[in-house]
Design a binder for this molecule. Structure first.
Ligand code: DGI
Ligand code: FE
Ligand code: FE
Length: 207
């Protein structure tokens, strides 16, 4: 799908655009996406690398710039979305891919980027792995991130059967949503409805 050369040139492009902090995080997500990909979707590792490199590509834009991107591309922002402005960068990053990164703008990449912040119901494997890699990449030191990383790696994932491994991933995602929702409640911040839909759909599957 994507060659090593394509990925190296994308990494160079992203490296030139991002601040040191965001770049370090982005490269951390790429590394974690590869580790998770080896466990869950070895055939999709290059897709995961690309999605990781692009997932926060508009994160450093101001709110005004994010809204401008939406206006230019005819994307209608709901009032609920405006109440959770930190989730907007996932919308804009996905939206600019076809015009700004056409080589990489395949549906699996676009969807993994689009849903990396809130998740959604019935997530694909690439969506789940990018969402989780973003949460637990090694540079994240926030208490919830450390807890989730330890939960995920604190058991013998390679030794599990395929169905046990899938269940472990889903349980890890439920825990991540629990932690995020608790954090948002403690801040008095609105919870995006996709975050709730994602958690509900995983609970239904795990039942
Ligand atoms: O972009 P990153 O910082 O790497 O990580 P991210 O894309 O997961 O964004 C995290 C931010 O998004 C964090 O400040 C919490 C916020 N967020 C995630 N889900 C929700 C949310 N904010 C609101 N208001 N509602 C959500 O459901
Ligand atoms: Fe993000
Ligand atoms: Fe991120």
């Amino acid at each position: 799908m994507f060659s090593e050369k394509d990925i190296d040139s994308l990494r160079a492009d992203i490296s030139a655009k991002m601040s040191g902090y965001r770049l370090k995080h982005t490269l951390g997500v790429e590394d974690m996406a590869v580790r998770l990909g080896e466990l869950y979707a070895p055939e999709k590792i290059n897709i995961l690398r690309v999605a990781a490199l692009l997932h926060d590509v508009t994160k450093e834009n101001s709110l005004e710039k994010q809204l401008q991107i939406c206006e230019n591309l005819g994307i209608i922002i709901s009032s609920a979305m405006l109440m959770a402005p930190k989730t907007l960068h996932a919308v804009t990053a996905a939206a600019i891919l076809p015009s700004e990164y056409p080589t990489f703008a395949i549906p699996e990449v676009i969807d993994a980027v689009r849903w990396h912040t809130t998740g959604r119901a019935d997530m694909s494997i690439c969506e789940k792995l990018i969402y989780l890699a973003d949460y637990i990449e090694d540079n994240r030191t926030f208490e919830d991130c450390v807890l989730l990383r330890e939960y995920f790696f604190g058991t013998d994932v390679p030794g599990m059967s395929a169905s046990e491994r899938e269940e472990h991933l889903d349980k890890t995602l439920v825990l991540s949503f629990d932690l995020t929702i608790k954090q948002l409640i403690s801040e008095g911040t609105p919870i995006d409805e996709q975050t709730c839909a994602a958690r509900n759909s995983l609970l239904k599957k795990l039942k």
